[in-house]
Design a protein around this ligand. Structure first.
Ligand code: IVH
Length: 717
């Protein structure tokens, strides 16, 4: 492709026009080869390079953009597909801490949970937090059998072929290693390899890559493992999943075992017992950071003893025994060129800053969040001044901050550089999409005015409806291949009844509506016959779906993935969940209490769910959806063979062998429900010395009462 050789900035207008024509034809040809014939001639990376080149030329000569430009086409770009792998043990994430104070709190919480005194000390490991992609690599009888990405933590993608190309990862484990061993860690690209790759891209006149992390991610997501092999990826082992045998009983010992099995482990990992030493090691790693040949974004602390880790256990998505101490965010100065308002799924009007492009921590930033209208005015959530009350205006020189994967934000303005003509920003009082009033609600609980202004248009607002659909098909919801944000925009705008998708059930009736219609999807630009067939297959594959995904996809305010999982586990079936929510409308009674008793669900969330089920439009959409889709029953809590599974347990009095939190977590892990008060429904009361009224009540209701020792006796496996 000789044409690729001329850097975009050197193209004349005439050359640019010729090249855009060439690229349109060439990309269309590859689309057809990929989708139509399933016989691609070039790698995904080369295909992406063509698209990027097209975008770059168009960005420089917008007036030359063609009607048939690949950038305007709705069709799906080749998306690699990998088979799913369900993790034998979930892959969790870490809680973040940002200050020394937070770290002290974390350590104190570990001591408190274990009910130990601060002087019999608990050791922690401290090691760099690698900014790459987590990976679980499974060995059976010493052989690498598969490798999976983290995915949603429960199910990842099978990238075995790609992982096999990484020289640092052993294909076999030495004799003596456990029969089943899942070694987990981080795949990353070294900074030096990244720079060399970019130097090569420049030499070839190609677009350069943004940062090592994204490049590593892109390299792993290649269906053609030869491409992965050509990029040098590396690995650090620091965790594990299923193991048929434990090679050590401490975190440090485990990592040492991985080293002897042939895995690279991080040399900066240390075992420390004293909080000051821990913080000192954090500072040391921070100082070494610029000289390391890999990106890191913090330091991870873990309780060293594995028996203590087991006692500490997990919250819904992260362990209690670990935390990530993040490095401060990186900042840069640039000019705020405009403020746009985006309308989200819940109607929230979010101001977005458009910026002169600026590099912050290795990434080019052109957009940043401005949170809400008070934030722009220099007013905090409780009405207090922020930035000493400085407001943010279009034309201002601003400080942009980016921390890890978080959306960049504007943290301050440089007043000395404010242009004379800059005026205070006027936040719109109507929805920029549907024109409905945009209002700030009063929070029922606190009586305060909400920070967020919301469009009152509800289902009338196209923005809300479209965002709902995008959420519905998103990766952690229905995850429909070939139906991304771009395609949703297309289907939502479609006029023909045989093509349009306005609510989620329409997705599942599309194929039926297409049959016998003249407005054929396969005639729409960007959709070939084959890609239409693939789309139907992808849709039909989701006609049965995990309950937690189904609940998450509904887009109920405050119900994220974690809450959806809690709800699925608590109710077991969609019918039980919906019945419970409808019964809870009065915000009192048994159904309401049951919802509020779920650990991890607070009143704000509970109210939002009940509100959602009060809206007839929602019930109508769900009703039509259930004609097309079957949510699977959720697995009920683990360890159902425990004698306390399914029992309602109350702990009272002072406990001596465990803290109250630990007792609760332990009981829940075994499938019991822990309640704070004794009623006729209580099955078991565990009473320590000094138990009072709850013990009396238990006797009154004839509930079984045992002491702490008997509790441990009973739950013994
Ligand atoms: S431990 C159960 N150690 O950070 C916790 N994670 O925010 C297992 N990460 O998904 C993770 N370096 O991808 C651990 N030294 C390290 C890490 C590390 C990077 C990543 C990992 C994880 C994410 C959590």
């Amino acid at each position: 492709m000789a044409i690729e050789k001329i850097p975009v900035e050197n193209l004349t207008e005439e050359e640019a026009a010729a090249e855009l024509a060439y690229l349109a034809a060439e990309i269309a040809r590859h689309d057809e080869l990929y989708h139509g014939k399933d016989q691609p001639e070039i790698s995904d990376a080369d295909y992406d390079a063509l698209k990027r080149r097209n975008d770059a030329v168009e960005a420089r000569f917008p007036q030359l953009a063609r009607a048939d430009s690949p950038s305007r086409r709705v069709g799906a770009a080749p998306l690699p597909t990998f088979a799913p792998i369900v993790h034998a043990r979930p892959m969790l994430s870490l809680d973040n801490t940002f200050s020394d104070e937070d770290v002290r709190d974390f350590i104190a919480s570990v001591y408190r949970f274990l009910g130990r005194l601060p002087d019999d000390s608990i050791a922690f490991t401290a090691e760099p937090k690698i900014d790459g992609l987590s990976m679980s690599i499974r060995y059976e009888n010493g052989r690498l059998v598969n490798a999976a990405t983290r995915g949603d933590g429960t199910t990842g993608e099978n990238v075995t072929a790609n992982i096999l190309t990484i020289a640092e990862i052993p294909h076999r484990l030495p004799a003596g290693a456990p029969a089943v061993a899942e070694v987990r860690g981080e795949v990353y690209m070294a900074k030096s390899d990244f720079q060399a790759l970019n130097a090569q891209m420049v030499a070839e006149g190609k677009q350069t890559y943004v940062n090592p992390r994204n490049t590593a991610a892109g390299s792993l997501r290649q269906l053609d493992a030869a491409v992965t092999a050509s990029r040098k990826l590396r690995f650090f082992a620091y965790a594990w999943g299923e193991l048929s045998e434990m090679p050590a009983d401490t975190q440090l010992g485990m990592v040492e075992a991985f080293r002897t099995w042939g895995f690279p482990v991080n040399p900066l990992m240390k075992r420390l017992s004293n909080i000051d030493d821990i913080i000192a090691h954090y500072r040391e790693i921070g100082l070494a950071r610029p000289d390391l040949d890999y990106d890191i974004d913090g330091v991870v602390y873990k309780v060293d003893r594995l028996d203590l880790q087991a006692r500490l256990g997990f919250r819904s998505r992260s362990p209690r025994w670990a935390t990530a101490h993040k490095f401060p965010a990186e900042q840069a100065l640039t000019t705020l060129t405009a403020i746009d308002i985006q309308v989200g799924r819940t109607g929230a009007l979010t101001p977005v800053a458009r910026l002169e492009p600026v590099t912050v921590g290795g990434v080019v930033v052109t957009n940043a969040t401005l949170h809400n209208e008070d934030y722009i005015r220099g007013v905090g959530n409780s009405g207090e001044p922020i930035r000493d009350g400085r407001d943010i205006r279009v034309g201002d020189v601003v400080i942009v901050q980016r921390a890890g994967d978080v959306i960049p934000q504007i943290v301050d303005v440089v007043l000395e550089k404010r242009p004379d003509e800059a005026v205070p920003y006027e936040f719109p009082k109507t929805c920029p999409v549907c024109g409905s009033h945009a209002v700030r609600d009063i929070n029922e609980k606190s009586g305060k005015v909400d920070a967020v202004r919301r469009c009152s248009g509800g289902f009338v607002c196209r923005a809300q409806a479209v965002e709902h659909l995008k959420h519905f098909v998103s990766r952690n919801a229905f995850d429909i291949e070939g139906l991304g944000a771009k395609q949703i925009d297309f289907f939502f705008e479609a006029e023909s009844p045989a093509l349009m998708i306005r609510t989620a059930p329409d997705i599942f009736t599309l194929e039926k509506r297409q049959a016998g219609s003249l407005a054929k999807l396969e005639n729409v630009e960007g959709f070939g016959r084959v890609s239409v067939r693939k789309l139907y297959e992808a849709i039909n594959a989701r006609r049965t779906i995990a309950l937690n995904r189904f609940i998450y996809a509904l887009g109920i305010r405050h119900v994220g993935e974690t809450t959806a999982k809690l709800l699925a586990r608590a109710y077991g079936s969609y019918a039980a969940f919906e019945a419970g929510m409808k019964e809870a409308v009065s915000l009192s009674g048994e159904a309401w209490n049951e919802l509020n008793r779920i650990d991890g669900i607070g009143e704000v969330v509970a109210r939002a769910i009940v509100e959602f089920y009060k809206e007839p439009r929602n019930l109508d959409v769900i009703g039509r959806l259930l004609e097309e889709v079957t949510p699977e029953a959720a697995e009920l809590p683990v360890a159902s063979d425990s004698p306390v599974a399914g029992k309602t347990v109350v702990f009272t009095g002072s406990l001596e062998k465990m803290s109250r939190d630990e007792a609760k977590a332990m009981a829940e892990r075994l499938g019991a429900k822990v309640s704070g008060s004794v009623s006729k429904k209580t099955d078991l009361v565990v009473a320590g010395p000094g138990a009072g009224s709850k013990l009396d009540k238990a006797r009154e209701f004839g509930v079984e009462v045992i002491d702490e020792d008997q509790w441990f006796e009973r739950i013994k496996a």
